[in-house]
Ligand binder design. Structure first.
Ligand code: GDG
Length: 461
């Protein structure tokens, strides 16, 4: 069995997979079984320009190699090209792209630095799995250094249509570098169609029906691998008694009140302002809902040094204040807005205690919160998932109430339908959704990618 080498911007703590998302959960077993190496940035920022040695630590079968970035790397590669160019653009937000020439240089420099750090740690028969938009050129950098190992890439975020992608300076080089991987995994069929179209229309290369691209002398295989969660672990966590959540749930039950829940990183892609507006519209359109429902929105801060993130924070604080100012009564506050992180156990209990999971990104690679909400439900009295049609998860989770996250009235009506849905219908939808999230869980995601990587055609055609 070949050793698995994982490279991602940050390295997850594999001793705490119950605290982590799909990536760490999916990979933990494969890394343990095959033996593995995981490399990424350690989160430190140094002033020096000296390329520092990676810190290599081995525990059992798994080795972690981490390296710091310089302040320039952080500004140009992380905040710059990754999060001010690729992130907004791949989420179809051309209006939020902030491009500077140094960003591209920094992006390439850090990818070269990762390749230099990885090279001496590699064995000839390793298989290498690279994650996400920060590291698109990594295979090209490794190939330049003579690496011929199998290399796969998984993109966690959407792949945009070519009309949008071509706004990236030197987009052709970016995609040609991407094609230095042997396997490219995307979240959905929509993403696949977008990448196929770029390859056919801009590179004038053919994509076979099975997803193989003939790129020069190379064969590259492209497919969708929808990421999932560890369903049983999350369901068990949600069943664990959580005192604080239970007391609040009982209080709501006595008052006959329901709760809608939203949980997101505080990011402009997650559709938070329109979500709050939809809740306000619900209270406007259906006055009988006032005092009988609250919206709890947890917004975990991220990337606060990027300007667009400061703006979204102010907008949300203003909006929740306005809604509360307009509708609140001395004994009812309609919006409970939390700017901060909540422990994962509490999150699972909150999902279970909420009658509606409200997940309305404007664009999202997959959206694991949608799957977590489903996993957390009580099968005898499940809540209802209201899900944006632009979340990757909507390609599979048909039994959710699917909404247009730009249409506030549509969302308000679906919220009302969810809050008043009869038990039988809720149970039917929940059963079907559980089957779906089990079919595409974290383990099957990782296993199917690794299997495809091992079986894809060899490097030279
Ligand atoms: C990217 C893609 C794709 C959130 N707040 C708290 C907290 N969370 C957890 C959630 C969930 C995770 O963070 C968020 O995952 P998502 O999938 O919803 O979104 P991104 O962070 O944007 O992830 C996305 C994903 O990669 C995987 O490929 O699905 O499309 O954008 O697990 O529960 N966890 C805790 N406290 C919080 O306050 N503990």
């Amino acid at each position: 069995m070949k050793r698995l080498v994982v490279v991602s911007n940050r390295v997850a703590d594999l001793t705490k997979t119950s605290q982590s998302g799909g990536l760490a959960v999916g990979l933990a077993d494969s890394l343990k079984i095959r033996g593995g190496l995981w490399m990424g940035w350690d989160g430190r920022r140094l002033n020096s320009d000296e390329p520092p040695e990676p810190v290599v630590k081995t525990t059992g079968e798994i080795t972690q190699a981490t390296l710091p970035l310089t302040e320039d790397d952080y500004a140009e590669y992380y905040l710059g090209f990754s999060n001010s160019v690729l992130w907004p653009l791949f989420h179809y937000r051309l209006d939020l792209v902030e491009y500077r020439g140094t960003f591209m240089e920094g992006y390439r420099r850090v990818n070269a630095k990762f390749a230099d750090a990885l090279l001496p740690l590699l064995r000839p028969d390793d298989i290498i799995w690279v994650h996400d938009y920060h590291l698109i050129p990594l295979a090209a950098e490794l190939r330049q250094r003579g690496c011929s190992q199998r290399m796969g890439f998984f993109l966690h975020i959407p792949f945009p249509p070519p009309e949008i992608l071509t706004a990236v300076p030197r987009h052709r080089r970016l995609i040609e570098d991407l094609l230095q991987f042997d396997l490219i995994g995307l979240q959905t069929n929509t993403d696949l169609a977008n990448l196929h179209r770029y390859i056919e229309e801009y590179l004038k290369e053919q994509v076979d029906k099975d997803g193989t691209v003939h790129h020069g002398q190379r064969k590259v295989f492209i497919d969708s691998f929808p990421i999932g969660i560890d369903v049983d672990a999350f369901a068990e966590m949600a069943e664990e008694p959580n005192d604080a959540v239970q007391i609040e749930t009982m209080r709501r039950a006595i008052l006959g009140r329901k709760q809608i829940i939203g949980v997101d990183r505080l990011d402009y892609t997650k559709g938070l302002p329109d979500r709050l507006k939809a809740f306000s519209r619900l209270l406007e359109l259906y006055p009988e809902m006032r005092k009988s429902v609250t919206l709890m929105q947890i917004a975990t801060p991220t990337r606060e040094e990027v300007e667009a993130y400061t703006e979204i924070r102010s907008e949300l604080e203003a909006l929740s204040g306005q809604i509360n100012g307009r509708f609140a009564d001395f004994n009812w506050t309609p919006v409970h807005y939390i700017h901060g992180a909540v422990p994962r156990e509490a999150l699972a209990a909150l999902f279970r205690a909420s009658q509606v999971g409200f997940v309305t990104p404007l664009r999202d690679g997959m959206n694991l919160v949608a799957k977590e909400y489903v996993a957390a439900q009580d099968p005898n009295d499940p809540g209802v998932l209201v899900l944006s049609k632009f979340a990757g998860a909507a390609e599979d989770l048909h039994e959710a109430l699917i909404v247009n996250p730009y249409d506030v009235d549509d969302m308000a009506k679906s919220l009302c339908r969810a809050l008043t849905m009869p038990l039988e219908e809720r149970k039917e939808r929940q059963n079907a959704l559980m089957k779906r999230i089990r079919q595409h869980d974290a383990q099957s995601w990782a296993d199917s990618f690794i299997e495809a990587l091992e079986n894809c055609p060899s490097i030279a055609a």
